[in-house]
Ligand binder design. Structure first.
Ligand code: HPA
Length: 248
């Protein structure tokens, strides 16, 4: 079973032949919404909309622990693909680009970020040197190639707190730190997946130039963003479909 967590612009998987929906409760509270179970090709898939079906949950209020727990412990997912929208920082990652990041810089705060939060169980310090699963990233990149879609396979994802967008100086600093793309939901999601020892990879659609870059030099133009994201998430969906239809 493969889990797909859909972000902004991907609140459902059209190709998912939905078999059933399930409301799941977890020791960490409620996940973002019902889990949709189904199949793409031969692959069993469980889908969850990260921000809720009506896109009402902001990035800092997503119950990441409940989402991960529901997908892995309740639904039995053995791998997780995150689809997320991001801002582009690196010069070759403008609006419309697709990216499978390989590294993370986390600047989020105040989000419950661990399953090892005291109590009876001994603390585990999960290794996070490579935050994304290599094999799953490779599968995403191969699926994109098979689908004839261009995807950048190397990028550092900076996770910011949101929901406000960044200042131009914040983006400049992130760029100096080595960040190539910026989003608000990559953490603690990836870290929690690692704590559960579940392979996790992300495919990101660049919705806009990050603050201060390209046509976002003086402001981010939301009117352009929606159309770009819609089209790019269509390609993300095709990559995920290809991945599901390909035997491992
Ligand atoms: N910054 C942070 N998160 C984002 C952006 C951005 O510019 N665009 C889409 N998600």
């Amino acid at each position: 079973m493969l889990a797909v967590i859909g972000g902004s612009g991907l609140t459902q998987l059209a190709s998912l032949a939905a078999v059933r929906r399930e409301v799941v409760r977890t020791p960490y509270g409620e996940p973002s919404g019902t889990l949709t179970f189904g199949r793409i090709g031969a692959q069993e898939v469980v889908f969850l909309a990260r921000h809720g079906h009506g896109h009402t949950i902001p990035p800092h209020r997503v119950n990441y622990r409940a989402n991960l727990w529901a997908l892995v412990k309740a639904a039995g997912a053995e791998g997780i693909i995150s689809a997320a929208s991001v801002g582009g920082i690196r010069a070759d990652l403008g609006p419309g680009a697709l990216v499978v990041p390989h590294q993370i810089i986390d600047t989020t705060w105040g989000r419950p970020q661990t399953f090892f939060d005291g109590g009876e169980a001994p603390v585990v310090h999960a290794d996070f040197t490579e935050p994304y699963d290599r094999a799953l990233r490779e599968r995403l990149l191969c699926a994109a190639e098979a689908a004839g879609l261009r995807v950048s396979g190397s990028a550092v994802y900076a996770a910011t707190q949101g929901p406000r967008l960044e200042t131009a100086a914040e983006i400049e600093r992130l760029a100096r730190d080595g960040a190539d793309i910026v989003g608000m939901t990559g953490m603690p999601e990836a870290g929690l997946a690692r704590e559960l020892a579940i392979p996790y990879a992300a495919i990101c659609a660049v919705a806009n130039w990050a603050a201060g870059r390209g046509d976002s030099a003086s402001a981010i133009h939301f009117d352009r963003l929606e159309g770009v994201l819609h089209e790019a998430m269509g390609r993300v969906r095709r990559v995920i479909e290809h991945l599901c239809e390909t035997e491992v």
